[in-house]
Ligand binder design. Structure first.
Ligand SMILES: [Fe+2]
Length: 166
């Protein structure tokens, strides 16, 4: 995250990292999570999405992957893991934030999922805009918010990849 107060505290981040089954340096690891947060918070300023949900989504949505390829249930597992963290008191959110975070995590990998509100849509756009890391230019057709389809988010997401990969 660039120049803002963290919304996911260090102990929670360490907890998420410690249980991550894959290499934290892999394509779905910590650098991806950081970029999704940076891109998502940038989008949120225009879309009006809830930044707290964006930040938690960034660090949780891929946290339960068991491989870096096709893993169709990782969203479901991420939602279950998030429920446990909420139950244990490791995350404190309002009821609507909790609902949005769980739905965003659960359905983020489903290509045909329809976001029920702007916060969920912005979470998913932030994830998809980080396709630059795989050498793929994000296709506006698969983005949900009108702002994400415009020039600035595409350039921003490309730039954060370039900076991190120098
Ligand atoms: Fe992701």
């Amino acid at each position: 995250m660039l120049g803002q107060t963290p919304m996911v505290d260090t102990s929670l981040l360490e907890q998420i990292k410690s249980q991550f089954r894959l290499n934290t340096e892999s394509i779905h690891g910590i650098n991806h999570w950081i970029r999704v947060e940076t891109i998502g918070l940038f989008l949120a300023k225009e879309t009006g999405a809830d930044p707290t949900v964006i930040s938690h989504f960034a660090y949780l949505h891929d946290s339960q992957r068991i491989n870096n390829g096709i893993d169709t249930k990782h969203g479901n597992r991420a939602a279950e893991y998030t429920k446990n963290l909420l139950f244990q008191g490791c995350i404190t959110l309002t009821k609507s934030q909790t609902t949005n975070l769980l739905i965003a995590c659960k359905n983020h990998s489903e290509r045909d999922a329809i976001p029920r509100n702007i916060t969920i849509a912005t979470c998913w756009d932030a994830d998809r805009l980080d396709l630059w890391r795989l050498g793929i230019e994000p296709n506006p057709h698969y983005l949900y918010t009108e702002f994400a389809k415009t020039f600035r988010p595409l350039q921003l997401s490309r730039a954060v990849n370039m900076i991190q990969n120098i």
